[in-house]
Design a protein around this ligand. Structure first.
Ligand SMILES: [Zn+2]
Length: 296
């Protein structure tokens, strides 16, 4: 099995929560696919980049880069819509996948391939219409994610399939995790009387845990009980092997750049950093360990 498919709920999750694994597999010569489940269109960050929310000034959320209120007229771009944000985020993900693709390979000259798929699920697909990202995913939200993932399971047999943990508190992340887990547990005979094809393909499905949930202390241990329940004893650090420092430096110095790049005339708005600068800093700052936590 030499193909790996990463299902990222939004552009940036593949880097924040699966980045070490992605560069590891690319460096090892695997055929790596990134499925961006949604574009991540969002009105809030559009207000930040427009410098205004209904006429009220909005100070930039990344003062280390932009210690001011953004001005599209002065900085050279048209005010952004929520859909523009989705387009910009997808472009950031594609550029990031490209940066991952150039990681020094384990065997010189043997480079993994990369493919970017854009599934186009709507914003907040895990719980459509919700005003809170941490509301539980709905049955319809899980079904929407499952329909997307099932297509890739069908199209790419004998692959590894990875996404976010079902215990993630963002409903889009949880919807992806629950969808992949449902597919893993579904008993479907593709060939009448034959083997359980879905189960066979998905026996190695894995679920990544956002760093947001790594250090939330609970009376019975480091992790939250819902995560421990979902993992059922299988929580483990992704083992990047002896080349960890190569991957760490590549992620820190190359891969994250498209999520920070500010070049508005070229359509680059650094949406990733504007949205979750603390997550990027905590994951890729100079003193941060670069690790991925996952479970079966
Ligand atoms: Zn800014």
């Amino acid at each position: 099995m030499s193909r790996v498919i990463f299902y990222s709920p939004h552009p940036d999750d593949e880097t924040l929560s699966m980045g070490l694994a992605m560069v590891y597999y690319i460096a090892a010569g695997f055929d790596v696919h990134l499925v961006s489940m949604s574009n991540g269109e969002a009105a809030g960050v559009a207000n930040t980049l427009n410098g205004s929310a209904n006429g009220t000034p909005v100070v930039c959320s990344t003062p280390a880069d932009h210690p001011y209120i953004h001005s599209p007229a002065r900085e050279g771009y048209a005010p952004l819509t929520a859909a523009d944000i989705g387009d910009a985020r997808i472009a950031e993900a594609r550029s990031t996948l490209g940066a991952m693709a150039m990681v020094p390979p384990t065997t010189p000259g043997v480079t993994g391939t990369v493919t970017h798929h854009i599934a186009g699920l709507p914003a907040e697909f895990g719980d459509p219409g919700s005003t809170s990202s941490t509301s539980p995913p709905t049955a319809a939200g899980i079904a929407a994610a499952k329909a997307v993932i099932k297509q890739y399971v069908d199209d790419y047999p004998n692959s590894f399939h990875y996404t976010m943990s079902p215990a993630d508190h963002h409903h889009d992340h949880a919807a992806c995790g629950l969808a992949l887990r449902e597919l893993k547990n579904d008993t479907v005979n593709i060939v009448p009387g034959g083997t359980n094809t879905y189960h066979d393909a998905l026996v190695n499905a894995r679920f990544f845990v956002s760093r947001l949930y790594w250090a939330i202390s609970q009376p019975d241990g480091q992790y939250q009980q819902d995560l421990l329940t979902a993992a059922n004893g299988t929580l483990a650090w992704f083992n990047a092997g002896a080349r960890y420092t190569i991957y760490r430096d590549w992620l820190r110095n190359q891969v994250v750049k498209p999520y920070r790049a500010w070049n508005p005339a070229a359509g680059a708005y650094g949406v990733g950093y504007h949205q979750v600068v603390s997550q990027f800093t905590n994951n890729f700052g100079p003193s941060a360990s670069i690790a991925n936590l996952w479970h079966a």
